[in-house]
Each structure stands twice: as C-alpha cells, then as structure tokens.
Write a protein that binds this ligand. Structure first.
Ligand code: NOJ
Length: 549
C-alpha cells in the first residue's frame, strides 16, 4: 500500500504545484496570496492530492517571478505574513495535505542584505566573497571575465559601480542580473542555508523543492573556458563542467540530509536538476535529497515508443538507486502540455510551441480539442505509474497556454532579455479561473496581475466541478482511485495487438492502457475504472487512456 503518513509518504505522492501569485487573491490587489491558498484548501482536498509544492512566496522584486529572493526566512508582505503561512500550513495539515516549499540556493536577489553589503564593501572583502566577484578583462577591466551567457540570454556577468563611484568588478549571474550567484565555497553561505532549512522545517514544512540543484558548486579557476568550450547539452554532462552538475555539489546535500533526518518524519526534498537520467540518482539518493525531477516525459512528444522507452529507463534507474521515480508534464517553466500536444510533434521541451507562441498563436495551427484529449490521456497514464506525480495548477482544468498577453504586461526576464526570440513563460502563469464571470474569473476582486483571456470562462472550476465529463472530474476520480491503488511495486508491460498502444499492469491487478494511435482498439478484459475520453462502442478510442482492474 501507498504510505501516506509515515516517513515515506513522498515516494508515491501526487504533488500539486501552486504558483502562489497566480492561484487565489484574497485581498483584491491582483496578486495571489497565502490567505487565498488557505481558503482553497477544501478545493485541494476534493481534488485528492497528497501534497502541495509552493513556488517562492518570499519577499522579492519579482525580477524572476519570485526566484529572486530578498529574504529566505520571511513572506512577501504582498502575499501575507509568517502568521498567515502558519495558518495555511495548519489548514493543509488538518486536511491531510503535506507542504513542500521552494528553496533557491544558487542565487539570491540583488536586494538581499548580503548582496547590498557586498556592493558597499571593498574588493576582496568577506562580504564580496559570499558571491562570485571577478575583475574584468581589458586595460580598465571593462570587459566581462568570460564570454559566458546567462540562461535568460545576454552576458552572465554584470559590472558594478564601486562604493567610490568608479566602474568596478563584475559579478556572475547564471540567470537574470538581479539574481547574483552565491559562492558555495564560502562556509557562511553553507551555514545560512542550513539555518533557512531549519527555519521552515521547524515551522512544520514537510519537504523542499531545490531550485537548480545542479548548479551550486562551481570551478571558476583561471583561465575560464570560452563559451564555445562549455558542454551545452545536459546529455553530455559528466561532472567536469565548470558549473553544471559537479560531483562536489553532493557534499552540500549530504549535510542537508543530516539536517532533514533530525526531524520525525524526516524532511523530504526533490532536486530540480536538468541532468541525464544516469546522473539523476546522485541527487535522489537516500544520502542526498531523496528525489529528483525527471523531465523526460515532459520533453517527449505524445508518442507510444518515446513514452515506453522513457518509462522503462527511469523505472530501471530507480530500481538501481532505490529512489522513487518522479513524473511531470507541466510546470511554471514550460508551455502547458494541453497546448504542446495540440501542436505538431517536435523536439525539445517546448518544441513547436515556441514558434506558436512567437507567432501570437497563429502558426503552427493549434488543435485545442486534440491537445486536451491527449493531455488527459497522458495524465491518466502518468497517474498509474509507480512513483510521484507532480501536477501543475490549472492542468486539472485542462488549461491551455495563454498567448494573448500584450508585451507591456509580460513579466518574464526571458522575454525581456531575448527580444524577438523568446516570448517567455508568462503564458503558463496566468491566474486560475475559478468562476465563469467576474473581473478576474473568481481569482480575486481586481484584475489579475497577468491578463486572463475570455476563453478562461469555459475552463473555470465552477464550469467543471459538477460536470462528470470535465477534466476536473477526471483528475478527481483518477486521484481518488490512485490513493487506494498506488503501491511501491513496479509495473509489467503487457503486449497489446494494436499499434501504438501502451498497456501495463501493477501487481495488484491495476492496469493502464493508452491508445496513442488513430483508430479505436480492443480493451483488455476487466472492469473499466475510468477513461480519459468516453469509450467508443466498447473500444478504446484514439488518444485515450483507460484504467482496468
Ligand atoms: C528554475 C525555476 O523553475 C525557474 O522558474 C527559475 O527562473 C530558475 N530556476 C532560476 O531560479
């Protein structure tokens, strides 16, 4: 049986990601907040999830949607207070829902006390050593220390003005310039994050999601390699890259694990590490964070062979490492899977969806119905897999990516730093529609901080909750069934005569069958528990998953 209350609750959990500023706005300022989440605990309870993962809610200027943290041990006053946070935690726990919070250890914001102190302190000072400062190249240090680019585009170095007003050193930022990277060789940095983890664990937080967990330790010895010499692909990372996936990063997580294990039950963690499957186990080991995101399905097309290969490989990997697998189709960084699956197949995590976004939703043509149909089939398949399923707010409504956001309303630094090339991630972060009408479709009493399109009305919770055919009803039913059917045991693939059909069974007789093809296929014998689309004359139609027992 799935363990829900003991030390291993997280191994088979269904975890629901909340992007706090876009979930529910309790005070009508257009920004979602903590009290808004507390008020929606009955909704989360009815949905049937085991845990909530909260994206950053810390004080932040929102240069990167809250992943630019000013203070790791407080709540953004626009979102509430620590007392509100405690009330939310207690309300979630009373409903039997665990809480995971996001920890952002690679970088702080440029408004963090330490960074302000670093700017006000001289070159070579202890305050500067908490970050990564270097002299520039050129006669007057006017060129960056290397030609590296940040993930959001543009240089990975920013020049500062020294306290005496002269142009000075440069600091490194893998992301936006408002996100200076910490120097993890500095013991003060290490000690401070232990303090932060303890702060939240003591408040009753059950687990942590670790942002860019594979970037913390860096080898910046001179000469810094040129951009062209850096291995670009996650696939080829082997521990020698100067900042991605270095082996010594695991010393940090071993110390964190010691801290987690002081608690009862031990605190849990999941690494956001974009590394190849065969290096993921290092993050997910019991001596480390315990679990790591597996983004392989998220990057795949809706395709039986790709799904089978990814599932087989990851389950084999988890057999070796002893870590439970994780599965995810959508999050706050990628184009929603209902939209990805309604576009022609293509490579990469967003594939043709980037082109679709850049064209303002014109090209290639989006087949909305097909996208939702496939997303429902894929999600039902995922919920039948051994391991943890990570769901992103709004996918239970079948929400599509929002393309209708005027440039003037966009917030993502990926958009501002890549004009004409990258539209950014705002389209999956638009506040949820709760009601079919009203200024913000029930999100709050004021216009939402990102504009919601008119078509959100049809996707609102209120429009779906009493309709047994709705995507919300499907997720509720699937999660309800999963909570009694899910086990630690692995799956066995079964042969199905149809082309492009994936069929597997768990030791308790729970079967999942997905038709990725274009024609209806025979259903295996047994009782149908749930299907992602109505059956067609007793057959499993195209782009549909059914559970059978
Ligand atoms: C990964 C987060 O998921 C993303 O939203 C953020 O921009 C980067 N890390 C930087 O913190």
């Amino acid at each position: 049986m799935k363990e829900v209350s003991g030390a291993n609750w997280w191994r088979q959990a269904a975890v629901y990601q909340i992007y706090p500023r876009s979930f529910s706005d309790s005070n009508g300022d257009g920004l979602g907040d903590i009290k808004g989440i507390t008020a929606k605990v009955p909704y989360l309870n009815a949905l049937g999830i085991d845990a909530v993962w909260l994206s950053p809610f810390y004080p932040s200027a929102l240069a990167d949607g809250g992943y630019d943290v000013d203070d790791y041990r407080d709540v953004d006053p626009r979102l509430g207070s620590l007392a509100d946070f405690d009330e939310m935690t207690a309300t979630l726990h009373a409903a039997g829902i665990k809480l995971i919070v996001d920890i952002v250890p690679n970088h702080s914001s440029n408004r963090h006390e330490w960074f302000k102190e670093a700017l006000a302190s001289p070159k070579g000072s202890a305050a500067r050593d908490r970050y990564i400062f270097r002299d520039g190249k050129g006669l007057n240090g006017e060129f960056p220390p290397s030609d590296w680019e940040s993930i959001f585009g543009g240089p990975a170095w920013e020049r500062i003005t020294e306290p005496d007003g002269t142009p000075g050193q440069w600091y490194m930022h893998l992301f936006a310039k408002e996100q200076p990277d910490f120097n993890w060789d500095n013991p003060e940095v290490r000690a401070d994050f232990l303090k932060t983890l303890r702060f939240w664990a003591d408040r009753g937080v059950d687990g942590f999601r670790i942002d860019v967990a594979h970037a913390l330790t860096k080898d910046l010895s001179e000469p810094l390699p040129a951009k062209a010499d850096l291995l670009a692909e996650n696939e080829t990372l082997d521990g020698t890259h100067p900042f991605w996936d270095r082996d010594e990063v695991h010393e940090i997580y071993a110390a964190w694990r010691d801290l987690f294990n002081e608690y009862n039950p031990p605190r849990t963690a999941v690494a956001e590490a974009w590394v190849h499957a065969d290096r993921r186990g290092r993050y997910a080991s019991p001596e480390g964070l315990g679990q790591a995101f597996n983004f392989d399905l998220l990057q795949a097309a809706f395709d039986a062979e790709q799904f089978r290969e990814i599932i087989t490989r990851n389950l084999a990997e988890s057999e070796i490492t002893g870590a439970s697998s994780t599965w995810v189709f959508s999050n706050h960084d990628v184009v929603r899977h209902a939209t990805r699956y309604g576009l022609p197949k293509g490579p990469g995590r967003n594939g043709p969806a980037q082109a679709w976004l850049m064209s303002g939703g014109k090209e290639p043509a989006l087949n909305r119905e097909l996208g939702i149909r496939r997303a429902r089939a894929a999600s039902l398949l995922m919920l039948a897999l051994p391991g943890s399923a990570y769901l992103y707010q709004g996918e239970e409504l079948g929400l599509h990516e929002v393309v209708e956001i005027p440039d003037t309303d966009r917030q993502d630094p990926a958009f501002f730093r890549n004009p004409g090339v990258d539209i950014g991630r705002d389209g999956c972060r638009v506040p949820l529609p709760w009601t079919t009408e009203g200024i913000a479709f029930g999100f709050g009493d004021a216009a939402a901080h990102l504009p919601q399109p008119e078509w959100f009305s049809a996707y609102a919770v209120a429009a779906q909750q009493d309709n047994p055919e709705s995507t919300l009803s499907l997720y509720r039913e699937a999660l309800r069934l999963r909570s009694s059917l899910q086990t630690e045991e692995q799956l066995k693939w079964l042969n199905h005569p149809g082309d492009s059909v994936l069929h597997f069974i768990r030791p308790n007789g729970w079967q999942s069958v997905t038709n990725f093809g274009s024609e209806p296929v025979e259903l295996p014998a047994g009782t149908v528990l749930v299907s992602s689309s109505p059956l067609s004359k007793g057959k499993l139609p195209a782009d549909t998953t059914a559970w059978i027992i």
